[in-house]
Ligand binder design. Structure first.
Ligand code: ADP
Ligand code: MG
Length: 357
């Protein structure tokens, strides 16, 4: 299926945006800290044209789903469910900042795995906003697009997300890391360490405890910041400071402070070997101090870490399941991913490779 077949007309514009994976800086964003994601090669593409009637018409090729939306003037209070909430959220956000959006036809297709932690949702938002920018010649920069996408996800999809995913999708590319200060939005593109590439493997472990665990960690961080009398844990720079806290706040804060420092060190432009060590340290910290790993993720990370040409590996995303990311010697990604996956699945898991495609 393509736009022409669905809408019986050629699209006027097309726009794409990539998914992302975070290499360093986990559970730091809600502590006002630092993150270091990169774009993955897989992208979401939207094709757009004006709608011939007074409705928005959306079609997702991956979901094989149609949604018709009555234009905002007639029904701005209605919030659609499912994938349409992300797209309509973007339209409504543009309207909120003063743009007038006529009814549009949108055809969505994507190579970003959906719901695997590679941020297909941000890719959809950024691709949609880019498409509308180009169709309607809107004056919007890439940071504004990220911010509107985030607000669409919070206000319309009901996901209380930080700004990392949309910033990465809007500003990063697969050859660069995007250093981002989540408090100030100061950012810097830095090249991936020399002669390296990224591997991402889904553990096949569902993130059952993710929501409750995530909320509990957030609350612990807030409590730690309160006891340390700082606005957020990002304001603690000396790891010694946290050693006065009671457990488990001490270890939670230790993770956040050391993780921020790992991102800041990597930002300086370290060797590939050192970058890998920082990733390994990040995993140990997430496992022992932050306690968001599970046995399967530890096993997958260990298999990756002991494979030749793997510089470093760790869980990525909130934890409790989901995916692991590794930095490996360029050209070796595919072979390493297959070898590690085979050994991992022999342990009784059903993981699969997310990157390379
Ligand atoms: P992730 O962002 O990690 O992939 P999320 O749960 O945040 O997972 O977002 C997944 C949701 O985003 C899907 O359930 C769907 O609503 C929407 N989405 C993402 N990609 C597409 C797509 N290609 N077509 C339709 N909806 C999509
Ligand atoms: Mg998402």
């Amino acid at each position: 299926m393509d736009f022409q077949q669905i809408f019986n007309a050629a699209p006027t514009v097309q726009s794409s945006a990539p998914g992302r994976v975070n290499l360093l800086g986990e559970h730091t964003d809600y502590n006002d800290g630092f993150v270091l994601p990169t774009a993955i090669p897989q992208e979401t593409t939207v094709y757009l044209g004006l709608s011939p009637n007074n409705q928005h018409h959306l079609y997702s090729a991956e979901l094989e789903e149609w949604v018709d939306i009555t234009d905002s003037n007639m029904d701005s209070s209605l919030k659609p469910q499912g994938f349409a909430s992300y797209v309509v959220g973007c339209i409504r956000m543009l309207e909120q900042v003063g743009h007038s959006i006529p009814p549009v036809n949108i055809f969505i297709t994507s190579a970003v795995p959906i719901g695997s932690g590679l941020s297909s949702s941000a890719a959809l938002e950024v691709a949609t906003l880019r498409g509308l920018r180009s169709l309607l010649h809107l004056d919007l920069d890439d940071v504004k697009i990220a911010q509107l996408g985030q607000q669409a996800e919070i206000q319309y999809a009901g996901v209380n997300c930080g700004i990392m995913d949309q910033m990465a999708s809007s500003l990063a590319d697969p050859q660069h890391l995007l250093f981002l200060d989540t408090r100030t939005l100061e950012r810097q593109k830095i090249p991936l360490p020399q002669d390296t590439e990224v591997v991402v493997i889904d553990s096949g472990i569902p993130r059952q405890l993710a929501t409750s665990g995530y909320n509990q960690r957030r609350a612990e961080c807030e409590e730690a910041a309160r006891l340390l009398q700082v606005k957020a844990l990002r304001d603690v720079t000396d790891p010694e400071t946290v050693e006065t806290l009671p457990e488990p706040l001490r270890r939670r804060a230790r993770h956040v402070v050391t993780e921020d420092n790992r991102v800041l060190e990597a930002r300086q432009g370290v060797s590939a070997e050192r970058f890998g060590e920082l990733m390994n340290d990040s995993h140990a910290s997430l496992r022992d101090d932050y306690e968001v790993s599970v046995t399967g993720l530890d096993q997958l990370v260990e298999l990756l870490q002991k494979t030749p040409d793997v510089l470093g590996a760790r869980l990525t995303g909130a934890g409790f399941g989901g995916a692991c990311v590794a930095l490996v010697t360029a050209g070796r990604g595919e072979a390493i991913a297959h070898e590690v996956l085979e050994n991992y699945n022999k342990l009784g898991y059903s993981g699969h490779i997310l990157v390379p495609e």
